[in-house]
Design a protein around this ligand. Structure first.
Ligand code: 1OR
Length: 292
């Protein structure tokens, strides 16, 4: 399905590698990468470039794909198969379909941090070091810079220092929603904290007595989803996109690790949630309730 010949136009200023592929193969790769974290940062065009640059590698059970300590050559996305990751001969992680490995050595110019071994036969899509850096590393750096500027513009994050901003920018993940999409469902467990980059969300809470209470809408620079992580409790409200919404999201462990200095603000603002929405002393975040 993949031509052995690769075209590398040297007069192209972008000097892109293209391993030609059928539409069917591109679709398979698209499926394999939809949930992959590294691909979240890519706009459609860059993602197409990564897929262009990929070449297929079939592997056999027990094959060693990466050896700890060696220099990094490729990054791999798993279309199919189970792979075991060992650090100092200790099994640390098992990855399978849609997962990936081998990015660290390419991103940071380090020796391979782990050994990766096929537990089953499998199919991998490989991207060479040069192509990886040109596409994925570049996109991640761009995204990080965009996030750094965004963080500096968000008032509840104004206490963060430079190194905290850098770490937060590395940990934030972009998610996009369409109008009507439910971002958070009341009663479910929470794994993410959200800051709105673009758009507006509706927050709605069903009280114990069954009465639905509309909370003020939230917009750019506002946050939600902190309570479940702060208090280790189910989601206390449902949050729905009112139109196209883009959020910067932070996983639970990163939230705890990176926003420690902001917890007081969260706690203080959370006291406002318990008051009636009509109350004049409603929380700081809602002082300027967002209405587009
Ligand atoms: P790499 O280029 O260093 C080995 O080649 C790959 O294994 C590495 O990139 C990651 O993609 C992947 N520690 C190091 N490498 C890991 C780890 C890992 N997990 C996956 N890889 N740890 C496991 C974290 C759950 C830390 C163990 C102390």
């Amino acid at each position: 399905s993949v031509s052995a010949e690769s075209i590398r136009p040297s007069d192209d200023p972008n000097d892109r590698t293209i391993h030609p592929k059928s539409e069917e193969v591109r679709k398979r790769i698209n499926v394999a990468t939809t949930l992959n974290l590294l691909f979240k940062y890519l706009d459609r065009e860059t993602k197409e470039q990564v897929i262009d640059a990929m070449f297929e590698k079939t592997v056999q059970k027990n094959e060693i794909i990466i050896t700890q300590g060696e220099e990094g050559d490729n990054f791999y996305v798993i279309e199919h198969g189970i792979f075991e990751i060992f650090v100092d001969d200790k099994l640390v992680l098992v990855v399978a379909d849609g997962g990936s490995f081998g990015e660290l050595a390419l991103m940071y110019n380090n020796p391979r941090a782990a050994t990766v071994k096929a537990k089953t036969d499998g199919i991998l899509w490989a991207v060479s070091r040069d192509d990886f850096r040109r596409t994925i590393t570049n996109a991640m750096n761009r995204q990080r810079k965009t996030y750094e500027n965004f963080i500096k513009s968000v008032s509840f994050l104004s206490s963060l220092n430079k190194s905290e901003i850098t770490k937060l920018a590395e940990a934030l993940e972009p998610f996009n929603y369409e109008g009507g999409d439910t971002i958070i469902t009341q009663g479910e467990p929470g794994e993410y904290f959200y800051i709105i980059e673009q758009g507006c969300v509706n927050v709605c809470k069903v009280e114990d007595n069954g009465i639905e209470q509309q909370l003020p809408n939230l917009g750019p620079g506002n946050y939600f989803g902190e309570l479940a992580l702060l208090n280790d409790q189910p989601r206390k409200a449902t949050v729905v996109a009112r139109g196209p919404v883009r959020v910067a999201a932070l996983k639970r462990d990163a939230f705890v690790r990176l926003l420690g200095s902001v917890m007081d603000i969260f706690r203080r603002n959370a006291q406002g949630y318990n008051m009636n929405t009509e109350s004049s002393s409603y929380s700081t975040q809602y002082d300027k309730s967002y209405s587009p």
